[in-house]
Design a protein around this ligand. Structure first.
Ligand code: AP5
Ligand code: ZN
Length: 216
């Protein structure tokens, strides 16, 4: 199955994607992670997008569609979880065309509903393992041993440069202006499913599981 996780910054897309990778062997395709990787390795493209990302604006459709194309071409994955992509109607059309090219389709678009007030505390409490990518939160999901990743033992725990109040405001505006129209688009395509993203992590995972079980 191929699914899209759709929701505002901090909705829990990355958290749920990682659980699906573990539980179902699907492959997570996070354009945010790919762009951060490009920045960290200092590629030309990475340098180009750094300032845009830190401000909280979207990078161009060409760049992210190119990244996704590279990942799905020739992949023998049993299915993809698109996390943070598509984010514009143009990206959604491009994804449909890419899936056509490889003879596959999107099976469900899972909208993670949360209210904006919750997002501020989610984003401001977030930190991530720089080695394995596990996502933590100061209050709702701290590491068991302070400063040490539960999954891989790394002490390289990081906060993101765009996780500040000013960039979050821009990210939310970008979401409402450019990404939220996708909800109507996928509803009309009969692919939209909704989960309560305010529930606890396990309960959100259970809701997503229920949706996927009805597809298989
Ligand atoms: P990206 O990396 O995609 O960031 P985002 O969409 O802002 O999403 P986040 O990673 O902030 O949130 P999330 O929903 O994954 O939440 P998480 O699971 O971490 O994009 C970054 C930037 O890259 C963009 O601003 C843009 O510049 C660029 N970009 C990326 N894709 C692009 C595209 N397609 N087109 C153009 N530009 C693009 O959870 C958040 C926190 O909450 C964590 O601390 C977590 O532990 C906690 N948490 C999660 N679930 C729960 C729960 N149920 N209960 C309590 N706490 C929870
Ligand atoms: Zn780790």
């Amino acid at each position: 199955v191929n699914i899209i996780l759709l929701g505002p910054p901090g909705a829990g897309k990355g958290t749920q994607a990682r659980l699906l990778v573990e539980g179902r062997g699907l492959v997570q395709l996070s354009t945010g992670d790919m762009l951060r990787e490009a920045r960290n390795s200092g590629t030309e493209m990475g340098n180009l997008v750094a300032a845009v990302m830190d401000r909280g604006e979207l990078v161009t459709d060409e760049i992210v569609v190119g990244l996704i194309r590279e990942k799905i071409a020739g992949s023998d994955a049993p299915g993809f979880i698109f996390d943070g992509f598509p984010r514009t109607l143009a990206q959604a059309d491009a994804l449909a065309a890419l899936m056509d090219e490889i003879g596959q389709r999107i099976d469900a678009v899972i909208e993670m509903q949360v209210d904006d007030a919750a997002l501020v505390s989610r984003i401001s409490g977030r930190y991530t393992c720089g080695n394995c990518g596990e996502v933590y939160h100061d209050d709702t999901k701290p590491t068991k041993v302070p400063g040490v990743c539960d999954v891989c033992g790394s002490t390289d725990l990081r906060r993101r440069a765009d996780d500040n109040a000013e960039s979050l405001r821009t990210r939310l505006l970008e979401y409402y202006k450019k990404t939220s129209p996708l909800i109507g688009y996928y509803y009309a395509n009969r692919l939209l499913r909704t989960v309560d993203g305010l529930a606890e992590i396990d309960q959100v995972a259970a809701q997503i599981d229920g949706i996927l079980n009805r597809i298989d």
